[in-house]
Design a protein around this ligand. Structure first.
Ligand SMILES: Cc1cc2nc3c(=O)[nH]c(=O)nc-3n(C[C@H](O)[C@H](O)[C@H](O)COP(=O)(O)OP(=O)(O)OC[C@H]3O[C@@H](n4cnc5c(N)ncnc54)[C@H](O)[C@@H]3O)c2cc1C
Length: 414
């Protein structure tokens, strides 16, 4: 059996591992546009911060591919899938036949068309190890940095550069930071924290044009800069499957085993969209744990197994200059039977979003201890009694549940 995987990130590696567990002899090949062995992408800001190094960023040990007996073709970009011929063509003209294919191509930055942007020489993205290495080299003690985009990637970049450069300004057209996961009320303490650390935020405002050395904002003000980082958003790399005739929404449409609508073609990770267990909606959930779960499910199915369905939910856990934030699940509207409750703890704020008597989502700011109990409740959709929830919202502890439930969740340990 010839297995071909496009990509070499978390989803691709998980897929290769799962294949090898079931098929000792099959030929596994990964096509990797990036020139590096798989690394932990969320660590690129820690590299910039000098809290980690390239060796520690490796997602698997250096001899991983050799031990797994799979081949990686570095610097090879797949450009076309021909489902009828069961081949993938690469940018260098090479043709790669497959019996089973997994597309694990991740996402790409979206760069908005802004006047003068193409002329900015000191311009960086912040998605790959190469982006971080380039920024690491360019950042000097006297640099003034402008980051366009106050989402997760823009703020992680600000954290990485904090203390290394003269100034950091982050702008966003949205009226708040982390607008895809926080509402205005939750974003406030995060903004105050960032400002207290010396990061300038320009919200509800963004660059409309660039001239040598400065940006002109929508509000008319000029922001001088030496280095520009664009972190406006990412888009799933679904084009290969879409152009081959496969079903796609924003991402590649897959079932729980990673099957696409094309025969013998699977997909996993940030390039896909799948069902969010917390609200039943089909969406892109571009997160590392999901990439790992999906890659594994696809690998099992590609090797002829039947993966155990694993509920996926959107989930973000991030630290920003010492402030911990965690969000998960969804916020049902009142029409959908939704309600919410907030609890202040000594060091933070917890907001819970319920659908009827089930936890659908949460936002934790400052205090994220034992959040796994809440994510588990969302994943399992467990009904809660009033007493259980009253206890759990203040104390994320398993003793809120009866002995039978505790046994089930802990596999008989209690
Ligand atoms: C700064 C930053 C911080 C993050 N923090 C978090 C976090 O705290 N928690 C979390 O859960 N997630 C976080 N993420 C997201 C997380 O990194 C991704 O969800 C995860 O890496 C997705 O894995 P993947 O394998 O699907 O895709 P990727 O890791 O993107 O891998 C895809 C690979 O495919 C390659 N490729 C693409 N197209 C082709 C082609 N045509 N031919 C050959 N190769 C191709 C790409 O070059 C890439 O190497 C963060 C991301 C960034 C950038």
């Amino acid at each position: 059996m010839r297995y071909l995987i496009i990509g070499n990130g978390v989803a691709a590696v998980s897929c290769a591992e799962a294949i090898r567990e079931r098929d000792a002899d099959g030929e596994i090949t990964l096509l990797s546009e990036e020139m590096h062995p798989a690394y932990c992408r969320p660590l690129i800001s820690y590299l910039l911060e000098r809290k980690t190094d390239r060796e520690k960023m490796l997602y698997r040990p250096a001899d991983f591919y050799e031990k797994l007996r799979c081949r990686v073709e570095y610097g090879v970009r797949a450009v076309k899938i021909e489902p009828a011929a069961h081949t993938v063509t690469a940018g260098d003209g090479s043709v790669h036949p497959y019996d089973r294919l997994c597309v694990a191509t991740g996402s790409s930055p979206f760069v908005p068309p802004i006047e003068g942007l193409a002329g900015v020489r000191a311009r960086y993205g912040f998605l790959t190890l190469d982006d971080a290495l380039a920024l690491d080299e360019a950042a000097l003690a006297g640099s003034r940095v402008l980051i366009v985009g106050a989402g997760l990637i823009g703020l992680k970049c600000a954290e990485g550069l904090h203390g290394r450069v003269k100034s950091i300004t982050v702008c966003d057209l949205s009226d708040r930071v982390l607008s895809s996961i926080l509402d205005i009320q939750d974003a406030k303490p995060v903004e105050e924290h960032l400002c207290a650390q010396g990061i300038e935020l320009l919200l509800g405002d963004s660059a409309v044009s660039f001239s040598p050395g400065y940006a002109v904002m929508k509000s008319g003000i000029r922001v001088p800069f030496d280095l520009l980082v664009t972190a406006v958003g990412v888009r799933p790399n679904a084009a290969l499957v879409r152009e081959a005739g496969g079903e796609c929404g924003r991402g590649i449409t897959v079932d729980e085993a990673g099957r696409t609508s094309l025969p013998d073609v699977f997909a996993a990770g940030d390039c896909t969209e799948s069902r969010d267990t917390s609200d039943g909606k089909q969406k892109v959930m571009a997160l590392m744990p999901n990439a790992c779960i999906q890659g594994r499910a696809a690998g099992i199915a590609m090797a002829g197994g039947e993966p155990v369905p694993s509920p996926l939910i959107p989930m973000n856990s991030l630290g920003l200059l010492g402030l911990h934030i965690m969000t998960a699940g969804s916020r049902p509207s009142a029409e959908e039977g939704g309600s919410e409750e907030s609890v202040r703890t000594g060091s933070g704020l917890r907001r819970f979003f319920l659908r009827g008597n089930r936890l659908a989502g949460f936002v934790l700011i400052g205090d994220v201890t034992r959040a796994g109990i809440y994510t588990d409740l969302i994943r399992t959709g467990r009904e809660l009694t009033e007493e259980e929830f009253a206890f759990l919202k203040k104390n994320p502890e398993l003793r809120a549940f009866d002995v039978k439930t505790r046994r089930n969740r802990l596999g008989g340990v209690v």
